[in-house]
Design a protein around this ligand. Sequence first.
Ligand code: FRU
Length: 551
Amino acid sequence: MKPITTAIIAAGCFMCLPFISEAQTAERSLKISGKYLNFPISHKTDRAKMTFRVPGEPDLSVVARLAGEDADYWVFRDVSSLEGKTVTILYEGSADALDKIYQSDEPEGHETMYHEKNRPQFHFTTRRGWINDPNGLIYHNGEYHLFYQHNPYEREWENMHWGHAVSRDLIHWKELPDALYPDSLGTMFSGSAVIDYGNTAGFNRRNEPAMVAAYTAAGQDRQTQCIAYSLDDGRTFTKYGGNPVIDSKEKWDSQDTRDPKVFWYGPGEHWVLVLNERDGHSIYNSDDLKNWTFESHITGFWECPELFELPVDGDKNNTRWVMYGASGTYMTGSFDGKKFTPEGGKYCYTTGSLYAAQTFGNIPESDGRRIQMAWGRISHPDMPFNGMMLLPTELSLRTTKDGIRLVSFPIDEIRELFENTVSWKGLDQEEANGKMEKFRDAGCMHIHTVFRLSHATSAGIDLSGQRILDYDMNGNTVNGRFYSPQDPSSMELTADIYIDRTSVEVFIDGGLYSYSMERRPVSGNSDGLKFWGNRISVEVLEISEIKSIWE
Ligand code: FRU
């Protein structure tokens, strides 16, 4: 459907219409009868302000590159909650482009959705637009909630909303309408979510505990911390009228105060909020999620804080707290509810495309895992979406030859997607390459291998000329990063490799070290999958195809 009026008015001055050629605002009103508004996007067009005006609701302003002529792709906004209402769209760009917006019960391009050439098949991606950090990861009423930084209007970063997807198994995801929209305090930057069982904030209704999201509102001159609550399983949120709940710009003489991670601290019976502020992570305490007291600060971290307790080697009587920032470099130590005290140094368990990892809250005790998801900084050329979530991994602490270290390994649930598994033992290099020949064109797969070097030089696996595994015993590096196995004289390495359409994730020795990268075949290379190196032996080789999660 494609109706109604498009009028050009000069910004702020309707009467001046015929004389103004700059800063023109086109206006269009639509009575909502479809589920979606579809927008044509062209990267040849500059971004211009677009405001949605709905009677009785605050204005929603974003910037968009609406296509006057040919669209590169289409994006959409789910407007099902506005049915019957009249939405006025003001656009400070081309009126022709504004005219192309249309309503429908399906997003434009739905026929090929999830089947596009460069659509990851077993990683979460958004239907349209840009995604970065996972936000508000929480389990509640049988669902895992994945909120995330989302620009619904373009495949590049802007207009931060909280996107929303749910899953019952952490593998198959259903994308829902965006959960948090920009407002007068700013765009919706990263944060977390909790379930307020004790009704400490007073948002609960009858026996339904509120899901409370803590997020950063990124305004023009400051970043402040805000809360919003949901009483319908995260489908809709109400922003707290007393926002912001933390404004610490002056204290830090910095605009960089963001990404609140909140959790309940049982021993002290209070809430803890970890916030990245300028040069590290601050700890705040609260009894009601609304009033927060600054307690301490530790330098050396940037963005997206995490802090959680883990047993060492599975022993619940011997625990450590783990603190990390967006890059994933971490410290272990102790935490008394107000202050994190590190022991030892700062370490790195993963490198590559991972950023802004967060762990799920409220996982049932009967499960007890600490499950993490992270943004994979993987680009998707020519697609109407960009960015992805890496595989959910279980985090644990293990005593290693170097001390207590963080280990990250994909959750078992992912194995449900494996099919047509084949495995061999005791192969030489040529035999192993012969077995892998069959998989040269396979799109998505898992490879588990244990291989042994015969010389102290490098060896590994190539995928169409791309070096996805490079173990160098001379420099003791795995893909360029220092790595020494638990038996330092061992010539053997174990690797679990997940290959999707646009990414490769590799877990070494059960997750003691991991890395991820874009899948970029070397142009013209038709080698497929291949071990390389000087007379290596392949002790174990197991290959599974991986089913799509979108079928
Ligand atoms: C990390 C980050 C966060 C911020 C968000 C904005 O990737 O920069 O610090 O909240 O992204 O999208």
